[in-house]
Design a protein around this ligand. Structure first.
Ligand SMILES: [Zn+2]
Length: 495
């Protein structure tokens, strides 16, 4: 059903569960390394492989990071809580249970504000808890990469036991047609907060931030919420938005046709933008939770929690407001920079001495274009904020004009060295030598006697063609304003 029609008939209610892999050096309950991309099953030990007799020990850094996340999300912190065993069988989980938290989460009852079209939407946070990640299954053979139709499956346990924080929202009603945008804005803001806390690299493409999207619909005017579905492991910000939209359209069609929504997990498909049915959703009792007997309860010292709270970094939304005021930008310009992931880069360029307007001009102009062309994220371009600051300095001093500056950037991106080295090697410095410039102008005047004559007789507009000739003859390295002045002087006219 078309989205607009679905929204005329139904109101969506959202819920978002986000998993964040913490960037701790060792795993949650053992000393194994956590580096991404190591050869399969090289970062494992008896504890994370669940061999008999092994015992878990909780990672203190992971507990601290989780508390900091909870504080950043305005949560209360439990004075006493326990880990719980969540029992289920899955081949990528060697213990046949996951150590998680059940009815005693470490952090609870918070909120996160997001901005949508100029208005603030407050999203309630139900809980933030700590658990361990599973391993990774790869299904070989078959067309889809899923287990159905595969010839065999292999498992890599390097990820098993990496600390995972789960952040669960309260149900989010009232977002109406903006539901997809709200979901995306929430995950985006969450990612920014994780970055500013430095607790995770939050790379969605590597799975260190994954989102499960819950959607239900209720007929307009109804008071009871509908049955929800849970679309699992949505792995990009854009996909979060698309998954919400496509579930709204799908559920509206089912309900309007007299069908029922069943509570189930669904898979999102990047190629079609739609979801397909997974398994019917387990209820809590299916997991037979009980307190983890091999771990002591967590009882954080509340004075220490207060210290962690006082030491939180500036939150991303506060920082954006501050930078926008400092740089004198409109909401639209600021949003564009934020969407382009350019804030850190521009800020670092300004810190390296560039005026904000210049820093923004290069990152959002020439470099954004290069980034789009090459498909490389702006931050991964092989050029540093300090190098951009140096280029703006060279332009400000008159050593480069914008055209030459673009060539310098190109050289730096091509690996030809620092901006100064590129200027030297490519011979890009503006012609400041009066004698050299004068000689070029004499040649241009001789070659364009007609235009020169027009200027001499008072048609100063014709000087533009002569300046153009000088720029061509100098391969863009002349200072156009200086060239124009010299041309007029030589022809004995003034403006
Ligand atoms: Zn281990």
């Amino acid at each position: 059903m078309p989205y607009d029609e679905a929204l005329e008939r139904f109101e969506p209610v959202l819920g978002l569960e986000t998993h964040v892999e913490l960037g701790t050096r060792s795993k949650m309950f053992c000393g194994c390394k956590t580096a991404f991309g190591a050869p399969p099953n090289t970062q494992v030990c008896p504890t994370c492989l669940a061999l008999p007799g092994s015992l878990p020990v909780a990672n203190a850094q992971a507990i601290e990071s989780t508390i900091r996340i909870g504080l950043a999300l305005n949560c209360s912190i439990a004075e006493w809580c326990r880990f719980a065993r969540k029992n289920y069988f899955y081949p990528d989980m060697p213990k046949n249970y996951q150590i998680s938290q059940y009815d005693e989460p470490l952090c609870f009852d918070g909120y996160l504000d997001v901005e949508i079209e100029g208005q603030t939407v407050r999203i309630g946070i139900e809980r933030v808890h700590l658990e361990e990640d599973t391993g990774k299954s790869t299904h070989v053979g078959g067309a889809t990469g899923r287990i159905q139709g595969a010839d065999y499956s292999i498992v890599d346990y390097n990820r098993a036991g990496i600390p995972l924080v789960e952040i669960v929202t309260k149900p989010i009603p009232g977002t109406d047609r903006l539901a997809p945008e709200v979901a995306k804005a929430y995950v985006t803001e969450l990612r920014e907060i994780m970055r500013s806390l430095g607790v995770s690299d939050v790379r969605m493409e590597e799975g260190s931030l994954r989102c499960d999207v819950n959607v239900s619909l209720m007929p307009r005017g109804a008071s009871e919420w509908g049955t929800r579905t849970e679309t699992k492991n949505v792995n990009s910000l854009r996909s979060v938005e698309r998954a919400v939209r496509s579930e709204i359209e799908r559920q509206a069609a089912v309900l309007t046709g007299g069908g029922k929504i069943i509570q189930e997990t669904r898979h999102f498909h990047e190629d079609t933008g739609g979801t397909t049915s997974g398994r019917s959703k387990e209820e809590a009792q299916d997991y037979r939770y009980f307190p983890e007997p091999d771990l002591v309860p967590i009882a954080p010292d509340m004075a220490w929690v207060a210290e962690l709270k006082a030491a939180l970094p500036e939150m991303p939304s506060v920082r954006r407001q501050r930078l926008q005021a400092e740089w004198g930008l409109s909401d639209l310009d600021m949003q564009a920079m934020y969407n382009a992931d350019a804030l850190d880069l521009v800020e670092a360029t300004v810190a390296a001495g560039a005026p904000a307007a210049d820093a923004r001009k290069w990152w959002m102009g020439e470099l954004a274009r290069k980034s789009n062309e090459s498909g490389t994220p702006l931050a991964d371009l092989p050029i540093t904020p300090a190098q951009i600051a140096r280029v703006t300095e060279l332009v400000a001093s008159g050593a480069l004009n914008d055209k030459l500056a673009r060539e310098v950037l190109e050289g730096v991106l091509a690996g030809e060295g620092t901006p100064d080295e590129v200027v030297e090697r490519r011979g890009l410095r503006i012609v400041n030598d009066e004698g050299e410039l004068s000689a070029i102008i004499d040649q241009v005047l001789a070659d364009n006697a007609d235009a020169a004559e027009k200027v001499r007789s008072g048609k100063i507009a014709a000087a533009g063609a002569l300046v153009g000739g000088v720029m061509r003859a100098s391969k863009g390295k002349a200072d156009a304003g200086r060239a124009r002045q010299l041309i007029l002087d030589k022809l004995g006219v003034s403006e």
